[in-house]
Each structure stands twice: as C-alpha cells, then as structure tokens.
Ligand binder design. Structure first.
Ligand SMILES: [Zn+2]
Length: 364
C-alpha cells in the first residue's frame, strides 16, 4: 500500500486539498484481463466532491499496451464480432439515440456542425447522426485500431492516438460539438484537467460539450459495481460538473439516466462469479498483463461462433448479393422494431436521481 505522503495533494476535479483521511477503496475482481497496478493501488475519494481516483496515475505506455493487447472494450468486441458492418437503416442503438435526443434539445446540430468525438469506438454516435441526415465533418479520436476501418467507412477523420491538449490545439476554435461517451473515466485522474481544457480549446464560442460517464459516487453507491478495471477516474455528478466548469465551460444540463444505482447488489454477483472460477489470473510472460483464464476460454468459444456466423454471412452474400442481404436484414429489423412509446420510456431516455449514468452538457 502507498504511503500517504505520496498521495495527490489536490483533487483533480474540484481543486480541494486532499486530506490523509480520505476514503479508500480497492478495485473489484474483473472478469477480463488486468494490470498488476489495479491490485496494488487503491481508489481514493475526495471528501469535497466525491471524485474517486486511482491513487497514482498509471504509466501511459503500460496502459497503451494493455488496451492494445488485452482490453476488450466495445470497439474490440465489435471488431471481433463483425467482419462486415451490419448496421442498416433500421439499426437502433438506444445509447447514442438518447444522447442525441438530449443534445438536440439544447443545441442545434446540422451538417455545417463540426463534431469531435473523443473515444469514438465503432462509431455508434456517428451512425445515429447519419441516420438522422447529418453529413458534416466528424473528427474521431480512437486509439483502438480495430475500430478504425468502420469509422473511416462512416466518413470520420480518424486519429489513432490518445487525446491530449497538444492534439486539441490542432483544432482550436473549430468544433461546434465535442462528444465524450464513456471515455473520460478511462483517463488518468491527473490528466482530467488537461483533457477538459483540450475540449474547451477545440470548441467555438457557443459550442457544446456532451459528456457521459458512469455514476460512480463510490461512497453513495458502495454496492453498484463501479470500482471496475480499467477505469481510472470515478465521477460523482458534482465532480464532473466541477471538472468541466473549472475550465470555463458553463453547465446547461446535468442529470443521471439508466437503471437505479441504489438497488444493485454487486457483492452477490461477485460471490457467484468467484464460485464459478471467473477470477483466476496468469501473468503473460511478455507483457506482464494478468490474463484471466475464464475470459480467454470465453473468447476462444466466441471466436469459434463468430467464424461460423461469418461463414454463413459470406455464403448468404454470395447467394443473395450484398444489396439484397442488407435489405433483408433491414426488413427484419423494421419488422422487429419496438413501438415508439416503448422506446421513449426505456431507461436510456429517462432522467432522475441515483441512476447509473451521468449526462452533462456544457457550453463555451
Ligand atoms: Zn474533489
């Protein structure tokens, strides 16, 4: 355990001096691979704004190699699943659709809008935008190489690097809208002020910043399962608002959406997983990454199923042709689509207290 003297002197979110008696938590075991630092370092919480932070920033190179080799975020998962982008006109992604609905209530988005997305993944937001007629300039920062082909095919300008202030300066006063959906929590706590400053630098006057992160107030929701690898920064509503407004942006909307954080029982889930042998790790001799045995078993099985699925798809494409196959998939999606009222009352569209995701809009 780290001696207290080596702790951060200041909270990166609200600037309050850190005290020696700050609450400390450990990471919960993960069903994926992990770095040893997640076992060695605690998560420390600021008493003033409840911002949770890994007690010392993780080395950037170590983090990059972890993401490149072992981390199966959404981008990697999708790339493993899909050789072809099977999204069609009636494809529906509740997260990006509801985010866009919220943004559009406060900020006008049209094809003249320049949009920057930091952590664009496989382009769910860009796809939703295109479905609604957007044809503008879209700049995507996404370090995961597996996602690049899809992003490029959607028309994005792709930067395969981790976003920082230096990158931001290339786009000073350019963006009408900057989007970060589930990416800010992956940045080192020490770099949060710089990332938000970068966002502010890129925005034109009157431009908007949309940010969504897990509602990870660890003191308030101790059993919601938010102490997850590989998150480095853990935001309460207050912490996110303070981090953003301290860089000259004005918060115009802040609330939480999704399922309730109060009723979750993560301890019970962990106990069941532990029993099933989901937490056995073996260090990779080359990278030092702790490989989760069960996870790699699962990946092997998944790869096998995907290969089968891909073969079927290729066969169908040969028989029907790409155009007809996509038309058939789209018809199926259209036939299966839910009534509008059911969609609009789903948890991604509903706001209130103590829900699982924080959404914040701020204006320059
Ligand atoms: Zn704080």
């Amino acid at each position: 355990m780290m001696p207290l003297t080596e702790m951060r002197s200041q909270c990166p979110a609200c600037g309050t001096a850190m005290r020696g008696d700050a609450s400390r938590y450990s990471y919960t075991p993960t069903t994926m691979d992990k770095l040893a630092v997640f076992d060695e370092r605690a998560i420390v919480c600021c008493a003033a704004c409840e911002f949770g932070m890994i007690e010392r920033d993780v080395d950037a190179a170590e983090l990059a190699s972890y993401y490149a080799s072992a981390y199966s975020g959404k981008a990697k998962k999708n790339a493993e699943t899909k050789a072809v982008d099977l999204r069609t006109r009636y494809a529906y992604d509740p997260r990006s659709a509801s985010q866009l609905a919220l943004i559009r209530q406060h900020h006008e988005v049209h094809s003249d809008s320049v949009i920057v997305e930091i952590g664009a993944g496989t382009g769910d937001m860009l796809f939703s935008l295109k479905q609604s007629g957007y044809r503008g300039r879209y700049i995507a920062f996404e370090p995961q190489r597996e996602a690049h082909d899809v992003l490029i095919s959607l028309g994005a300008e792709v930067h395969g690097v981790v976003f920082d202030l230096e990158q931001a300066r290339k786009y000073a006063d350019t963006a009408n809208l900057v989007i970060m959906s589930h990416s800010l929590e992956h940045f080192n706590p020490g770099s949060i002020p710089q990332v938000v400053e970068g966002v502010s630098v890129m925005l034109r006057a009157g431009g908007c910043f949309f940010c969504e992160v897990p509602n990870a107030n660890l003191t308030k929701y101790p059993n919601a399962g938010e102490r997850v690898v590989p998150h480095l920064s853990f935001f309460s509503e207050e912490a996110l608002r303070r981090a953003v407004t301290s860089k000259g942006l004005a918060a115009i909307f802040s609330s939480t959406c999704g399922d309730s954080q109060i009723g979750k029982n993560h301890q019970a889930q962990l106990a069941a997983l532990e029993k099933s042998g989901a937490f056995v790790y073996v260090p990779d001799p080359e990278t030092g990454v702790l490989r989760n045995q069960k996870y790699h078993e699962y990946l092997r099985e998944k790869t096998r199923r995907q290969q089968l699925r891909r073969m079927m798809l290729n066969l169908l494409m040969k028989v029907l042709g790409r155009r007809l196959l996509f038309k058939a998939i789209d018809l199926l999606r259209r036939w299966r689509q839910k009534p509008h009222n059911e969609v609009l009352s789903s948890s991604a569209f509903c706001y209130g207290a103590d829900r699982e995701f924080i959404r914040l809009l701020a204006q320059k």
